[in-house]
Ligand binder design. Structure first.
Ligand code: PLP
Length: 388
């Protein structure tokens, strides 16, 4: 019998949808996949080359649990240069993607009877991971343009609040927290003595705002913050399964202990590749960002013409969260049904908003070629018009 805790776990909706799309593709149906949560670019070749060398040199065994020192030093330097966070290799943990590190951070910070503030719309993983820790996710619903304010959080704080989860730029909204609000959130967390888990995985994909790390503001907030980042989105390395975290030593030690009993360490070869990703040429990463920026502009232009959908330009990440409620009919009255019809009739995959606690919306990813986006938006418009 499966345990009650796991029985209650909802499988990742995006990964489930991806499996459905691959199934249809295998049957020869040409699906345009705008549901993807990963860059459609190859991993830059100088990074892959570093991995090939690691294999050839036999760097293929266990590593220290929290990562090899050379990589941790490169991460330390990255935090200093790009995020204004002064940290130390002993306060850095490298793990099997940022998803695993988020889970381990949550497991180390909260337990039964604790509450975790989670602004919505949000990535479903956070809520499920919080439930696995037996703590309670407390949703903080945001309205378009989905920009979190400290006052939204303050209203939901109780004696049980132990952790605030931040994700800026956000999946699925693309919204970013302004520097002023981030500073207010830092003050609030310090005043109430609440931990902050800051998922900054999309930091290199910002289009109209600068990214700030909450842990950089002062020593007090740094002592309450775990900052999570990774290689997946910035360097098109989703399959390499490598991410990293920094935070107070006590928490990082606990996370290392947990990791030593779960994954041991992340792949030795990926760690070698990670060093080159951070210390080698950043041009491929910047080129990817520019390509995403062009695609974002394209979608904005083409979908803004349609009255039945309303969209907020995302400041970061590679998603549009689109309000489609005006195109609902008596038969197609949920995002799930809408997305299913779009897949069946027009062979376009998007993620229904229910997956992000955003019913009435769909998430459209622009991690797909301009050619796909042109055809994709054309078919979405046709689908919407057929409902008018
Ligand atoms: N955080 C957010 C907000 C994400 O959207 C994702 C992936 O979609 C991750 C973390 C996980 O990234 P990783 O591949 O590093 O586990």
């Amino acid at each position: 019998m499966i345990s009650n805790l796991i029985k209650k776990l909802l499988p990742s909706p995006t990964l489930t949808l991806d499996a459905q799309v691959k199934d249809l593709q295998a049957k020869g149906i040409p699906i345009i996949n705008l549901a993807l949560g990963e860059p459609d670019f190859p991993t830059p070749s100088h990074i892959s080359q570093a991995a090939i060398i690691a294999i050839q040199e036999g760097f293929t065994h266990y590593t220290p649990t929290s990562g090899i020192l050379e990589l941790k030093k490169a991460i330390q330097n990255k935090f200093l240069k790009e995020n204004d966070i002064y940290t130390d290799p002993s306060c850095i943990v490298v793990g099997v993607g940022s998803k695993q590190l988020l889970f381990h951070a949550i497991m180390c910070l909260v337990q039964k009877n604790d509450e975790v503030l989670l602004p919505t719309p949000t990535w479903s993983t956070y809520a499920e991971q919080i439930k696995l820790s037996q703590a309670t996710p407390v949703f903080v619903p945001l309205k378009p343009p989905f920009m979190l304010k400290a006052s939204d959080l303050e209203k939901k704080i109780t004696k049980k609040t132990k952790l605030i989860l931040l994700n800026s730029p956000s999946n699925p909204t693309g919204a970013m927290i302004t520097r002023t609000e981030l500073m207010k959130i830092a003050d609030l967390a310090v005043r109430k003595n609440i931990y902050v888990l800051s998922d900054e995985i999309y930091e290199h994909l910002c289009f109209d705002k600068k990214h700030y790390s909450i842990a950089s503001f002062n020593k007090k907030i740094q002592e309450l913050t775990v900052t999570i980042n990774g290689f997946s989105k910035s360097y098109a390395m989703t399959g390499w399964r490598i991410g990293y975290a920094t935070g107070p030593k006590e928490i990082m030690t606990a996370m290392t202990g947990l990791q030593s009993q779960t994954t041991s360490n992340t792949c030795s070869i990926s760690q070698k590749a990670g060093i080159i990703a951070l210390t080698g040429s950043q041009k491929p990463r910047k080129d990817m960002r520019m390509a995403f920026a062009r695609r974002r502009t394209y979608i904005l232009k083409s979908l803004s013409k349609i009255d039945t959908c309303s969209l907020t330009p995302p400041s970061g990440a590679f998603y549009f969260l689109i309000d489609i409620r005006k195109s609902f009919t008596t038969r197609i009255d949920t995002s799930e049904k809408w997305a299913q019809q779009l897949l069946e009739k027009e062979h376009i995959a998007v993620v229904p908003g229910e997956a992000f606690f955003a019913p009435g919306y769909i998430r459209l990813s622009f991690a797909s070629s301009l050619e796909n986006l042109r055809e994709g938006t054309k078919r979405i418009i046709r689908f919407m018009k057929s409902h008018e």
